[in-house]
Design a protein around this ligand. Structure first.
Ligand code: MG
Length: 275
């Protein structure tokens, strides 16, 4: 009977060892899987709709309708451009003029009378941000346009945008971009937590990191000429974004180089490519 007891003990010990081994293997598998998933989510390129998702939906670029389409597509971000009226009210529009009216030389009362081709009023920044709030899946990528009148007005626009973002309660889903390096620095000074990236293509990752900015958002041709900037930026924990990429070949070139974001007029095409 003692021999049978010893045998049972041995069997019990072997079973327990195997159970522990299989439990630790399961834990290891789960750990490896979560590591793979987190690496995938870091390296997966994300889609930013350039001036909203307007091209394939037939709505005007930079309209609230274009922003809503980008949100419906669950783009990572929706980009838009902001200028300051003569009486310092920020409006959303790409060019300096619309329908022959120069934004910076016109009062907000006059600008409010302008209709886009879909019947929407020319959006104020306040109306635009309010349309983009109450959701968290699509970030609002706010481009502060350089003034055609003075550097002082560009910096005033930066201050106005930061205040409006705070006022409308969208700071946690808003990032800033600008061609004017001083404007980028001003936004960081006003809100050090804000994510601010530079558009003009003439600063190295080292210079951007030294200035305390969060990354670059450069024309794709800049990155094709200076491919090493992508790797350098990633090493410095800077974000990388390329604009405005509408063809599949360039999209694939950037995805292969693990660019963080692609800004495109074709968000539907890029989303499909990334599936
Ligand atoms: Mg823009």
């Amino acid at each position: 009977m003692e021999g049978a007891g010893e045998n049972q003990n041995q069997i019990y010990k072997t079973c327990r060892k195997q159970t522990l081994k299989s439990t630790s293997m399961k834990k290891m598998s789960i750990l490896l899987l979560s590591l793979c998933l987190s690496t995938m989510s870091i390296s997966q390129t994300k889609v930013i709709a350039h001036r909203g998702a307007w091209k394939n939906s037939g709505v005007p670029e930079n309209s609230i309708a274009a922003l809503k389409h980008a949100i419906d597509l669950i783009c990572y971000g929706s980009e838009f451009d902001v200028h300051l009226s003569a009486d310092s009210i920020p409006f959303v529009l790409h060019d300096h003029s619309i329908q022959g009216t120069h934004i910076e030389k016109t009062s907000s009362i006059e600008l409010n009378k302008i209709k886009l081709s879909n019947g929407e009023s020319l959006p104020t920044l306040e109306a635009y941000l309010n349309a983009g709030k109450n959701q968290t899946k699509t970030r609002l990528i706010l481009e502060i346009k350089s003034s055609s009148i003075s550097k002082e007005r560009s910096l005033n626009l930066a201050r106005t945008c930061v205040l409006m973002v705070e006022k409308t309660g969208v700071a946690s889903i808003t990032d800033y971009i600008a061609f004017d390096f001083d404007v980028c620095l001003k936004v960081k000074e006003l809100n050090p937590k804000a994510i601010v990236t530079y558009l003009n293509g003439d600063k190295s990752p080292e210079e951007l990191a030294a200035a305390g900015l969060d990354g670059f958002d450069y024309h794709f041709r800049v990155l094709k000429n200076k491919e090493h900037w992508l790797e350098e930026a990633h090493k410095r924990n800077l974000t990388t974004n390329a604009w405005t990429v509408n063809d599949e070949e360039t999209m694939r070139w950037l995805i292969d180089r693990k660019v963080n974001y692609i800004t495109t007029n074709e968000p539907e095409k890029l989303l499909e490519l990334l599936k």
